[in-house]
Write a protein that binds this ligand. Structure first.
Ligand code: HEM
Length: 589
């Protein structure tokens, strides 16, 4: 009989990694948990694409009759307080109760199909404008980018990231972006491939050791583990080494710093699913136990970062940007971004700013990447043909060798799987903005030809989830089809959208917002686009390739039982992604 061993990581009990969903219980958004529709449901739905999502909502009259007094009062208040100023737009009379039963983005999707690509969400005393159209997204993110700031998101993240790139005011952002973006140059990324490979090898060794501990013949052995937790540890180790040359070693051990990082991540996540700055209530940081713990976690991380900054400054070797980029990164002992930032001539900054920069990248680049890998495995494990195609590519490109930059270029199918996972599960599913001045949004596809006037101070959600699953811009939008990115797609009917054309970004290893004219926005677009996109994509490709090179992966349970939680932060399977791993048959002794 085949033996299987179930591994609970030690952290299950002590660092809160797996308790985090329960901390979300108090949030109106994140308490939403749904059984995720099985991939096959999507494929069989008619019209192709969205009926599975729609079937989870209460439609029409039934929905209205279920509205509570709270919903009616909330909508009335919205109309009174903000309805007039952005009145020309279709309004989704969102029932607040809709938000309790399931993640917010499902409701946003239903309302998008009902009201169009730009609608106003009547929600309590506030109104949000929800955008689900590439032409409108392009206007906000690129053409008129400096008319908008991060609004609610900056309010939420500022206490954690300070003046890091994400929440920074415009002046600080301009100054820091100019210094940080060049740090992700080609030689740095190539050196990072060594880091991705070395860290992944540690994870693969851990899995192999666990398998060796199982009794029985090689071909019969399997282990069951939560791949989401494993990817989370691996991504933490990678971001620590890549950004500040610090080895958390979290794949194999626990430490107070690791616990503090997870504590901080969960607080960041909790705050970003709340949208109301409850932590600013006077004395909350001293009285509320979770806030006290958060302050303590921040202190632990900050003192670790302070020491790393001090060491980097003590060994500073000043140079111009061009000279820094020409260093022999493949052989540097410390190829980290911190080294680059500290050594850059003329970019002297105080320790506080450096700390904010590092903290921002630690948070922005950790769970996002772990989530992409999680959902890529979830999708692949449900599709035997695509899994076999992926493993065949890995076998022919890598054999039993470790990945290099050259092999990464040849792992085309694995790259597209990562991209397709990001299309179906964008991390985060919403981009948040607030208008700094009055503006006129384009109407977008099927919208008002004159556009929509919005006043200064309007809060907007660009729903990347809606964009990525729009039936107007994608064929079979809910299907897992990595191959779709190889095909040119034009839609002459859509005025103002240039269509999908891979040749628009020659030499790009991965499809991006340019190729899709803003219909594909996993890393945002325009000046605030993610600085770590290539880092994250290469990392995900290498980790996934090495996993498939070594193991057969299947879901432990039924895909329909995988429950999904999210707010404005990465999607998570509620109880992790439990998978069964077996050593690939050609690797048996
Ligand atoms: C798959 C992984 C990742 C995803 C999906 C992702 C996604 C995003 C998105 C959507 C934005 C734009 C947010 C907006 O416009 O409001 C962003 C910004 C940012 N990301 Fe990433 N990211 C990932 C990995 C990383 C990594 C690895 C790093 C750093 C090493 C990083 C650092 C940043 C920073 C600093 C910003 C702010 C840029 C600015 O405002 O100038 N991200 N990311």
């Amino acid at each position: 009989m085949a033996s299987a061993t179930i591994y609970h990581l030690p952290s299950t009990l002590s660092d809160g990694r797996f308790h985090r969903r329960s901390t979300f219980g108090s949030s109106p958004f994140s308490s939403s948990v749904i059984h995720f529709p099985v991939y096959a449901d999507f494929c069989n739905s008619k019209p192709k694409g969205y009926s599975s999502v729609r079937c989870q909502s209460i439609d029409g009259d039934e929905k209205k009759s279920n509205r509570s007094l709270l919903d009616n009062a909330s909508n009335l208040l919205t109309q009174l307080l903000s309805g007039g100023s952005i009145g020309s737009m279709p309004t989704a009379e969102g029932a607040v109760s809709d938000l309790f039963g399931r993640p917010l983005f499902f409701s946003l999707y239903d309302w998008f199909l009902e009201h169009g690509a730009v609608y106003k969400l009547a929600f309590g005393p506030k109104a949000f404008v929800v955008v689900s159209d590439p032409i409108v997204a392009r206007h906000i993110l690129r053409e008129n980018a400096f008319c908008y700031d991060k609004g609610v998101l900056a309010d939420i993240l500022e206490p954690i990231m300070g003046k890091g790139l994400i929440p920074a005011d415009l002046d600080t952002w301009k100054q820091r972006r100019r210094v940080i973006a060049p740090g992700f140059h080609a030689s740095y990324l190539e050196a990072m491939i060594k880091v991705f490979t070395a860290c992944s090898e540690r994870t693969m060794s851990k899995f192999n050791e666990l398998l060796e501990g199982v009794e029985g013949r090689d071909e019969q052995k399997s282990i069951e583990l939560d791949l989401e937790a494993e990817f989370s540890s691996l991504a933490l180790d990678i971001i620590g080494l890549g950004v500040f040359n610090y080895d958390f070693g979290s794949v194999t051990k626990e430490s107070p710093v690791i616990k503090a990082v997870y504590g901080t991540l969960y607080e960041a996540e909790h705050r970003s699913t709340f949208f109301i700055p409850y932590w600013e209530i006077p004395l909350a940081r001293w009285i509320v136990p979770r806030q006290r713990k958060f302050q303590n976690d921040l202190k632990i991380i900050n003192s670790c970062l302070d020491e790393l900054i001090k060491n980097a400054k003590d060994s500073r070797q000043e140079a111009d940007v061009e000279k820094l980029q020409q260093r022999d990164y493949l052989n540097l002992k410390d190829a980290s971004l911190l080294r680059f930032l500290v050594d850059m001539r003329g970019a002297d900054v105080d320790d506080q700013q450096l700390r904010d920069d590092l903290m921002t990248m630690l948070i922005a680049g950790h769970e996002t990447t772990a989530s992409v890998l999680t959902w890529a495995c979830f999708l692949l494990a449900q599709n035997t043909t695509k899994m076999e195609k992926a493993q065949a590519e890995v076998d022919s490109v890598l054999g039993n060798r470790s990945p290099t930059l050259e092999s990464l270029k040849n792992l085309q199918y694995i790259r597209l799987i990562v991209i397709e996972a990001l299309r179906l599960y964008p991390q985060p599913p919403l981009l948040i903005r607030r208008s700094l001045k009055s503006d006129v949004l384009p109407g977008g596809y099927k919208g008002n030809k004159d556009g929509y006037a919005i006043p200064a101070g309007t809060d907007l959600f660009i729903s990347v989830y809606n964009l990525h699953r729009s039936p107007y811009f994608w064929d079979s939008p809910h299907e897992f089809e990595p191959e779709r990115f190889l095909v040119q797609r034009k839609n002459e009917e859509i005025e103002g959208w240039a269509g999908f054309d891979p040749s628009r970004s020659p030499g790009a290893l991965y499809p991006n917002e340019i190729i899709s004219d803003f219909a594909f926005l996993p890393f945002g677009g325009g000046p605030r686009k993610c600085v770590g996109d290539q880092f994250a994509l290469m990392e995900s490709t290498i980790v996934l390739a090495m996993l498939l090179q070594n193991f057969d992966v299947e879901l432990k349970g039924n895909p329909g039982s995988v429950e999904l939680v999210t707010g404005a932060t990465p999607f998570h399977p509620k109880d992790g992604l439990w998978c069964r791993l077996r050593k690939r048959s050609h690797l048996h002794q």
